[in-house]
Every structure is written in structure tokens, then in C-alpha cells.
Design a protein around this ligand. Structure first.
Ligand SMILES: Nc1ncnc2c1ncn2[C@@H]1O[C@H](COP(=O)(O)OP(=O)(O)OP(=O)(O)O)[C@@H](O)[C@H]1O
Length: 319
């Protein structure tokens, strides 16, 4: 009997770049002996809905679009008791997920990997009842990924991203928060917070360090305090550029469970899309919850490699 695939794609992602490749993509799937059901999403949450309602009939879910589509498909699969593997063809503008999860950028190569790749079980996170595949964030910089023109983002990469964010610092909104994780409590005023399971955020690598384990049940947390004067602002900028976290203006740690209480509603972004306004959030990590198909034999650091893991934990304060 033929294997069954549900192929969900966002026809508008990345200015519709998938449209000219659809026939080649389907040919790759059919050659790999899949009977393919194709669904073009029509708007927000459509991908989650279709996956939730019909994924159990399929052996494999393949999705194509940007990080928003990937997020919605991940959220749909997380609701299922028996979770099918996910193949992903990046067709958005930034495609952070593909960059850090060993999925080829070339859409046809990614289609090959979706049908012939190896399953790799990645951690998935949640903010209250909303899932995220690789990043949840609040505060400064979180709108930058939508507002920085793509050409600038590509040319200047990381620097452009940071400068765009920095320009906003004087008018940045800050939030008084109580953060609880493990047995610790932090009470501070923050301008930015990021929970991530990725080595690439905003289209550039290296903001939170290269050696991130994506399947260890821990996410990296980065919380930036509100600068009280230009010297503190400079210290934050230096930290972001040099990645030397010796300043006490930035909290950086790893955990698998955290709560944040704020005095007001805080807008969150999940995988680069608006995720909701919350004054109280409970963040959970689901260890190795979903298998995404990745390039075979790509040497991903896994928790099986305990020596590497120990070295990384020793270095955890170095972003
Ligand atoms: N037909 C559609 N028309 C408009 N929006 C859609 C459609 N289908 C899905 N969407 C929504 O568009 C949003 C963004 O999609 P997606 O992330 O796939 O593309 P993108 O924004 O171009 O890529 P990136 O996230 O890499 O910038 C998602 O939240 C999704 O729900």
C-alpha cells in the first residue's frame, strides 16, 4: 500500500516563491512512492486546523512556507496523540528554523529530505497553551524581523538587525516582571526576553551561541534589563555585539520550565508571528516532542554526546 502524505503549503509565504516549484516538488514526492494530498492554506491558523483535524490519516506531514507556517503545523501535530513526522520546505523570508535545524534552504533539496531524510526528535516549547518550535519573545527587537526590509537584512545581516533594534531603545517599553525558574526568583524591569531552541534568530546565527542543543529538554533564556543611563545602554549593546555576558544587565540561563508574571499584558511573538498578550505566562519545554526530517548524516550535536553536553553546560553563560 502506498504511503500517504499531507502536503500543506502557504501560497503567499515569501512572496509566493513556492508557486513556480510546485510541480517539481510533487514529482519528488510521487517518485518516493507517496500518495499526496495537497492543501493550500487560506489564512491564520488554517494550517493548525487542517493538521489537527486530518493528520492522523497520514504517514507524513510536509509543510512549506515561512516560520509562521512551520509554527502552525507544529502546533497542530502537538495536539495529536500519535504524532506523524514533519518534513519542511522553507519558503518564507527568513527561515530561521531551517537554518538551525539542518534543513536545506534549496526547496527541491528540502523536498528530497522531506521524503528520504532522517527523523530527528526536537524539543518544542509552549507559552501558556500556544506552541512554538524555536523562539518565543517579548519586548524590543521582536517587531524588527517584520520591519527590517529583507534586502538590508541579507546584506548587513546581524548588524542591521541590531542597529534597527538599538534605534528604538530610548523609546523602548519596559515591563516589571517576576520570573521564576528552577528554585530561583528574579524581580526586575525588562525590555526584552527570548526563549529559544535555535542557533539562528532573525536570519543571523550567533546571537545566542552556536552550540545549542535542540533535543536536551532545555531552552536558552535571555532577559535584558532596562538600561538606566547611556553607560548601561552601551554595556548592553557591547554584550549583544561581543556576546560577552559578563554584564549584570542581561540574564542568560537554561531551563525547562519558567513562569513570568507582569503587571500588565505583554505582547509575545512565537516563531516570529504575534502569539498573544499575556500578563501571566507559563513556559514549558516538551523534550524531543516532534520528529522533523533532516538531512541524513548531518552531524547534529545530540544529548547522546554527553562530553559535548558537559562542555556546553560549563559555558552556558557565554552567549
Ligand atoms: N493564503 C494565505 N494568505 C495570507 N496569509 C496566510 C495564508 N496562509 C497562511 N497565512 C498566514 O501567513 C502567516 C505568515 O506565513 P509564513 O510564515 O508562512 O510566511 P512569511 O511570513 O512570508 O515567512 P517568514 O515567517 O519567514 O517571514 C502565517 O501566520 C499564516 O497563518
Amino acid at each position: 500500500m502506498k504511503k500517504k502524505m499531507l502536503f500543506v503549503y502557504n501560497p503567499n509565504a515569501g512572496k509566493g516563491k513556492i508557486k513556480t516549484r510546485l510541480s517539481d516538488i510533487v514529482e519528488i514526492f510521487v517518485k518516493a512512492d507517496y500518495e499526496v494530498t495537497i492543501y493550500a492554506t487560506r489564512g491564520k491558523q488554517d494550517a493548525t486546523r487542517i493538521v489537527k483535524n486530518s493528520a492522523k490519516e497520514y504517514d507524513l506531514i510536509v509543510c512549506s512556507g515561512g516560520d509562521g507556517t512551520l509554527n502552525e503545523v507544529t502546533a497542530g501535530v502537538m495536539t495529536l496523540e500519535k504524532r506523524p513526522e514533519i518534513g519542511y520546505l522553507p519558503a518564507g523570508t527568513t527561515n530561521d528554523f531551517a537554518a538551525s535545524h539542518k534543513i536545506p534552504k534549496n526547496i527541491l533539496r528540502a523536498a528530497e529530505v522531506a521524503v528520504n531524510g532522517e527523523p530527528y526528535y526536537y524539543d518544542v516549547g509552549s507559552v501558556n497553551d500556544e506552541f512554538f518550535a524555536y523562539v518565543a519573545a517579548f519586548g524590543a527587537f521582536t517587531e524588527v524581523s517584520y520591519e527590517t526590509p529583507q534586502t538590508i537584512k541579507n546584506t548587513l545581516g546581524r548588524v542591521a538587525y541590531l542597529l534597527e533594534g538599538m534605534k528604538r531603545l530610548p523609546s523602548l517599553k519596559s515591563y516589571k516582571m517576576i520570573v521564576k525558574y528552577d528554585d530561583k526568583v528574579i524581580e526586575e524591569e525588562f525590555i526584552f526576553g527570548m526563549i529559544t531552541n535555535s542557533s539562528s534568530v532573525g536570519g543571523f546565527k550567533g546571537f545566542i551561541g552556536k552550540e545549542i542543543l535542540l533535543d536536551d529538554g532545555l531552552f536558552e533564556i535571555c532577559l535584558i534589563k532596562v538600561p538606566k543611563n547611556p553607560i548601561e545602554l552601551q554595556a548592553i549593546i557591547n554584550t549583544l555585539i561581543t556576546k560577552d555576558t559578563s554584564t549584570n544587565l542581561i540574564y542568560s540561563f537554561r531551563t525547562n520550565r519558567m513562569s513570568i508574571e507582569a503587571k500588565e499584558e505583554v505582547p509575545w511573538t512565537l516563531d516570529g508571528e504575534f502569539g498573544g498578550n499575556f500578563s501571566q505566562v507559563d513556559i514549558k519545554i516538551y523534550k524531543q516532542a516532534i520528529a522533523y526530517r533532516i538531512e541524513p548524516k548531518k552531524a547534529l550535536i545530540s544529548t547522546k554526546n554527553t562530553e559535548v553536553k558537559a562542555a556546553l553546560i560549563d559555558n552556558k553563560m557565554k552567549m
